[in-house]
Ligand binder design. Structure first.
Ligand SMILES: Cc1cc2nc3c(=O)[nH]c(=O)nc-3n(C[C@H](O)[C@H](O)[C@H](O)COP(=O)(O)O)c2cc1C
Length: 382
């Protein structure tokens, strides 16, 4: 279906579902265990109402947001997601370029399928998400490469200390080492455009890990190497060392508790992304939206607080900002777009959210996002 007929993120989701084979769809879409956290992420936004104010001039919506000295065109960005190349070849770069074209930030995943160097060459102001490796020399080298490539912000993800239990992937055999059953391989044939993309370009690789997996390592050998290195336990001491080593901005992603947030602030991180990894890790984790007020009270007004997990509408962005977030991130919505229609699809996802965001701001009588943080009175949570 033509992009202009895809009116919301759900339309893009359906288009991605049609394009992708079940194996890949389940990996992108699935959550941990009973997927209750996934449902809670959506329910948290649905439970909040916005109380509009009228007779306000809303003719000039302003969603510009300044983070670490750079002003973005909007108040949301694209969160790091691993194995995007399974959506389509070059998906990471397509998302990076889509974000750059629309003036929002993109975070390359530590499990991404494009190299740090390639993403930095494709877009200015790149962010990189680090997964700490078992081999400390590898972690140090990833940090060095990020610095040498001009990465401005390093995002350390801490909410996946062990493999999570995503049962769709277990059933499908899409876990290391992969053991994919015949019915699923045959099901792939019902997605010929996706198959053609893979025949043309081959399977995606964990590009950033290729240099450490041995000369001429295959995509599978790199994946095996990656799964021996990650996940690896990190402690507050490791965070303090990374803070010492990394001269740029350091953001911690995946915290949910006020106590952890306070401790992170004391170590000197520059900002936090409250996240439950899009419901993919701890099925009993709370929605970041519900934790926002507690964390804000713990870290004070000056620490930039961001969040992700479950945003699917422009009005969700407004709710998060009105509850005190400084910035938000989207995961799957961007992935649906790039899977369904490449860079143009990713841009469509951004455009849809931006249009809905501006529409909501106008409808509630708050055209400027920077005034939303003081808009507690706009919210009704019945
Ligand atoms: C397929 C997929 C892969 C992901 N991989 C990573 C990753 O490599 N690193 C990371 O920090 N978060 C990862 N995430 C979590 C996202 O950064 C983000 O927290 C989450 O997708 C937000 O929720 P949403 O998808 O509901 O918007 C991944 C999410 C998905 C859906």
């Amino acid at each position: 279906m033509a992009l202009k007929h895809l009116h919301n993120i759900e339309d893009l989701r359906q288009a991605a579902h049609t394009y992708l084979p079940r194996l890949v769809w389940d990996y992108f879409e699935g959550g941990a265990e009973d997927e209750q956290c996934l449902q809670r992420n959506r329910a948290a936004y649905a439970a909040i109402e916005l109380l509009p104010n009228y007779l306000v001039d809303v003719s000039a919506p302003d969603t510009r947001t300044t983070l670490f000295g750079h002003t973005w065109r909007s108040c949301f960005g694209i969160a790091p997601m691993g194995l995007q190349g399974f959506a389509r070849a070059g998906a990471d770069l397509m998302l990076a370029r889509a974000a750059a074209a629309r003036g929002i930030p993109f975070v390359l995943s530590g499990a991404g399928t494009a190299s740090i160097e390639a993403v930095c060459a494709a877009c200015e102001h790149a962010w990189f998400q680090l997964y700490v490796a078992r081999d400390q020399a590898v972690t140090r080298d990833l940090v060095r490469r990020a610095r040498d490539s001009g990465v401005e912000v390093l995002v350390l993800t801490v909410d996946a200390p062990v493999h999570s239990k995503r049962e769709r992937d277990l059933r499908n055999g899409f876990v290391p080492p992969p053991r994919i059953r015949w019915p699923l391989l045959l099901e792939m044939l019902q997605h010929p455009a996706w198959c053609l993309d893979k025949l043309r370009h081959g399977l995606p690789r964990f590009e950033n890990w290729a240099p450490y997996a041995g000369a001429d390592a295959s995509a599978q050998a790199i994946a095996d190497y990656f799964s021996r290195q990650i996940p690896f336990t990190q402690t507050w001491q490791d965070l303090a060392e990374l803070r010492h080593e990394w001269p740029g901005r350091l953001v911690l992603k995946g915290l949910l508790s006020a106590a952890d947030a306070q401790r992170a602030a004391a170590v000197g991180v520059d900002a936090l992304i409250l996240s439950n990894h899009g419901g993919r890790v701890l099925d009993s984790a709370p929605s970041p939206l519900h934790q926002l007020a507690l964390v804000r009270a713990a870290v004070g007004a000056d620490m930039p607080l961001m969040l992700d997990s479950g945003l699917r509408r422009g009005s969700d962005i407004v709710k998060a900002l009105a509850l005190g977030a400084d910035f938000v991130w989207i995961g799957r919505p961007a992935l649906y777009g790039v899977a369904a229609h490449g860079q143009a699809g990713a841009e469509r996802a951004i455009e849809v959210l931006q249009e809905e965001l501006e529409l909501t701001l106008a409808q509630i009588g708050r055209p400027c996002v920077s005034t939303l943080a003081s808009a507690g009175e706009l919210l009704c949570g019945r």
